[in-house]
Design a protein around this ligand. Structure first.
Ligand code: UT7
Length: 335
């Protein structure tokens, strides 16, 4: 990264309806014990009917702007990372722009499933190599409750609805995004997929009857690759920057399953005290897991100026990667 760009502020928001594992016991053949043991999830929040990604995102974005001391008009771009946009088109970024009244920005949606937020940080930092760009909002938002099959116990217990936001801005040399390593591997494309509703298989009465408008997952395959993918991506940024796991103050991983997080941490030999975990309370919120876990780690005082962080993810596609950052160094409008 030639231009130092960092995260100036964060925000989060979740669906308004708390859904515990016990609530799910009433709708599918599952138990609180199975869900906790196999995933680490105890509860998640789902939206009320009619709430879209833009509705969920706006409070998180406004809170982050407030923390940064900015107004919507200060934004130069809004990058929305989601697999559950308000509509296939137009982009949810445009809906959010209209709702907050950001008069001076452009924006777009980025589709990389669970890795969306970290890709968004990298892309946003890249956009800021243009000196005219001062502030970029990366909005990770997913309303997974609208695309999960609530009769399929293998998937419906896993996901929650949430939004997490980071405001990118310029920081002092040595701070901000130090390195990014991202990969895709389309070989895993069918392991986690919403088969219908795109150009390959447009929605029809037949696709709806076959429940192809919902998330389908080959959980075991994704599980195996997720541990390897996140551990490899973290090792890549460590090696490229002559760092060891001991140099990292906090790893903020995607929250799909606490056993995946434990497995990746073990491979990296990073103790769990230096890993941000919030899956217990929110489930897998897809694009929102990393920014919300980061936000909550900051609220808990676990992120200090000068700390080295790795954000890492693995998701549908497959998509995976890691972002290495040094926290702090905000220029507070001096650039
Ligand atoms: O965020 C994107 C990336 N996604 C992921 O990273 C998810 C990766 N995968 C996983 O986290 C895990 O594979 C799951 C949590 C999805 C599943 O856990 P698992 O330990 O791999 O379980 P399994 O799929 O092998 O199923 C074991 C058993 C099966 O029963 P039988 O065939 O052994 O009799 C399932 O039918 O558990 C059963 N099962 C359930 N039982 C109670 C599956 N879901 C449930 C459930 N409640 N909700």
């Amino acid at each position: 990264m030639t231009v130092p760009v960092g995260i100036l502020a964060t925000g989060q928001n979740f669906g308004e309806r708390l859904v515990t594992n016990h609530d799910l016991e009433a709708i599918v053949d599952t138990t609180d014990d199975w869900i906790v043991q196999r995933t680490g999830i105890r509860q998640r929040y789902w939206v009320e009917e009619g709430t879209g990604a833009s509705d969920l995102a706006v409070p998180a974005l406004m809170a982050a702007l407030d923390e940064a001391g900015l107004t919507p008009d200060d934004l130069d771009a809004i990058i929305v990372t989601t697999v559950t946009p308000d509509t296939m088109f137009p982009a949810t970024a445009c809906r959010i722009q209209q709702k907050i009244g950001a008069a001076n920005c452009y924006g777009f949606d980025l589709s990389a499933a669970c890795s969306g937020f970290i890709y968004g940080v990298t892309v946003g930092a890249g956009l800021m190599s243009d000196p005219a760009m001062r502030y970029v909002a990366v909005v990770g938002v997913d309303v997974m409750s609208t695309i999960i099959d609530k009769t399929d116990r293998a998937t419906c217990v896993l996901f929650g609805d949430g939004a997490g936001v980071a405001i990118l801005g310029r920081v002092e040399p040595g701070y901000g995004v130090l390195d990014s390593y991202h990969r895709i591997n389309g070989q895993g494309g069918d392991d986690l997929i919403m088969p219908a509703g795109g150009s390959k298989l447009p929605t029809s009465a037949a696709t709806v009857a076959a429940r192809q408008h919902y998330v389908h997952q080959n959980g075991g395959e994704v599980f195996k690759h997720a541990i390897e993918g996140m551990a490899d991506a973290c090792r890549a940024v460590l090696n490229r920057n002559d760092l060891t796991p001991e140099d990292i103050d906090l790893v903020v991983p995607h929250q799909a399953n606490v056993r995946i997080i434990n497995g990746a941490a073990q491979r990296l030999q990073i103790p769990l005290e230096r890993v941000a975990i919030n899956i217990e309370n929110h489930g897998n919120t897809t694009s929102a897991t990393i920014p919300s876990a980061l936000h909550q780690a900051r609220q808990a005082g676990r992120v200090k100026d000068g700390d080295k962080l790795i954000l890492t993810s693995f998701g549908a596609g497959y998509t995976y990667g890691s972002v290495l950052m040094q926290w702090g160094g905000a220029l507070n409008g001096r650039a």
